[in-house]
Design a protein around this ligand. Sequence first.
Ligand code: APR
Length: 321
Amino acid sequence: MPRKKIALIGGGQIGGVLTQLIAQKELADVVLFDIVADLPQGKTLDIAEASRVDGFDANISGTNTYEDIKDADLVIITAGLPRKPGMSRDDLLVTNAKIMKSVAEAVRTYAPNAISIIISNPLDAMVTLFQKVTGFPHSRVIGQAGVLDSSRFATFIAWELGVSVKDVNAMVLGGHGDTMVPLVRYANVNGIPVMEMLERKYNDAQKAKEVMNKMVERTKMAGGEVVKLLKTGSAFYSPASSAIAMAEAVIKDEKRLLPVCAYLNGEFGVNGYYVGVPAILGEKGVEKVIELSLIDEEKSALDSSVQAVKSLVADMERLGL
Ligand code: APR
């Protein structure tokens, strides 16, 4: 069977880590595109020269020519500016929308059958724009946010409870912004509710709630916490790993149930917007959105998050982007 081809648009911090992970996992051949001359060529050469020590067979190349992404099976997009300290993701809207438009036109031309995973921020708006410009079926255009936000939430829970993060299941829904919705009630350690474990740990229901609230707030602000420390850009290792989990699900047709930014046709009471929800990912992209029952408090948190997504999309349309 011929190897699959993954095109990465954006050869910055996330693009570099994506390349390395795809190569190390031998997921596919990689073409790394960037507008900066020589940058993707330099990064891919550097990574390829580790192939002997890492023991991977994958053709990886860098390019400044869109034609080279031709017939990619999967495209992962990180083109755009990252945040600097003090910026919200939404502050990137105008600059990144212009970049996303040009990227979408190129992907439409050269990789019309690809499944696309978008990472660029503000995520929910960028996914919406990319789909609109390409006209690709919604199921083939997916945003990466929920896998990362959920991984952050799970990491904080594991640290708090002193358990392996491998046993923690936690999911975050909604938009990729401050209104995201970490689902406390569904968070568990191999099936045991996290709240029950916290209550046992502290022997105090109120204290357990306070500790959980802190983890929820830290999850919502986790991207900003990293930006503040890095000072020159935003998180890149964890967003790359999260997109790779999605790419692997698509390339290997795994049917994984992951929280992703998917287009809703009435699910969760939302019509015509991209929002973070659980979905089955396989070779066709988003193969099914999975609904789950939410209590009033969770529903209203998700509604607020959907409102934030709607107003971001409205801003984009008002600005003619
Ligand atoms: N086409 C292709 N690539 C572009 C374009 C364009 N029109 N404009 C900029 N780029 C490239 C830049 O040259 C840079 O190499 O996008 C790359 C972005 O890389 P970084 O600045 O290192 O940003 P990174 O940390 O990788 O984040 C990328 O993902 O998480 C989001 O908020 C983050 O929007 C940001 C994106």
